[in-house]
Design a protein around this ligand. Sequence first.
Ligand SMILES: C[S@@+](CC[C@H](N)C(=O)[O-])C[C@H]1O[C@@H](n2cnc3c(N)ncnc32)[C@H](O)[C@@H]1O
Length: 394
Amino acid sequence: MNVTEKAREFISETSDSLHNGTFVKLSLGNYRGPDDTLKNIYIKPILIKKEPRLSLTYRHKTRDIAKNHTFEEVEQMLLQWLGNDFRVATLQTVNSDTLFEMHPSGKATLKKKAVSGREAPSLSHDKAKNRLIAPAEKGYLFDLKITDQQGNVFHNAQDKFRQINHYIDILSSLIREIGPGRQVRVADMGSGKGYLTFALYDYLRNVLQLDPQVTGIEFRNDLVTLCNEIARKAGFEGLSFREGTIDQFDAAGTNILIALHACDTATDDAIFKGIQAESDLIVVAPCCHKQIRRQIEQHKAENDVSFLTRHGIFLERQAEMVTDGIRALVLEYFGYKTKVFEFISDAHTPKNVLIVGTKGNRSEKSQAAALEKIREAKQFFGIEYHHLERLAGI
Ligand SMILES: C[S@@+](CC[C@H](N)C(=O)[O-])C[C@H]1O[C@@H](n2cnc3c(N)ncnc32)[C@H](O)[C@@H]1O
């Protein structure tokens, strides 16, 4: 009874501030609900097509998801959440902070204190404000042809810019998790035109204020020369690009290893470099999966799913899943905790799976279990060897 009363009081304060324009922000924390990965929700006001709405950022362990709702919808959600899924909620308005807290005793309290000097946020749905890499005053984004000289993102670069920010968003949570210390060393394998390499350096250096050494490895000499020139112009002293192949790169000392869309087995070469260097974090977005596809096709194993793989498109998808599933198992063999999730929902980027390995401990038991699963998978799908397994010599 006490909880519902306090929750209703809190919601009524929220509702008043939304209607009189003093609402600044609402945060929900101390999550106890059923979603293992959810940590907090942050709510802020926005305008969508001139209509006032609330934007809810669901902060998960590895990524943030934003959803927009009407005031009424959020009021209903708060009624359900307060004291149940979320034990703590803070309402910030222009002139006060109100804290709702559900205590272990089962009692709820509401505390309000006056604040001054706070302004209501401007109600525009200006995504740039939320972005970790803001386009203004970033010479490298101009040199990479993402923005014009004034920092306006070109129309044809909007998708790329969104992707860059989304990628930094995901990495920022992962980096927070590993707490890499000030001197972080990153290798970006197959860095290409360097969009993501530059953005990551900028984020580590200028947002997190770390002292990063970021190296892009790329076999195209023209891209290496271009990226080094842009890094020099931007004054990014800790960012450099090296010409060479992933398998030849000396990754010793690398604590964050990244490979985004490195072709086929180049992703395996990159993962193996991370394993060898005992990197704290290995993040790869695989590209094509030819090596395993060829073997599945060649051996035509008769199994319960052969009725699917006689269709080319399903064979393709299965090759992707089996390749990446075995990659995750090899990482687990070496003591990495793994997550596989969608990187970016973009119709133009079908290769959007991210495999993340975070260094943990290995035990004989978990190693034996990983090896057994790899063996079974190979037998079932008619695979002679997986490139990463061979590199790792397991
Ligand atoms: C599809 S692009 C991706 C670029 C960048 N990582 C991104 O996501 O924007 C792949 C890049 O990796 C490079 N690459 C592929 N295999 C490589 C290898 N074994 N060694 C070095 N570079 C490689 C290619 O030249 C290309 O520039």
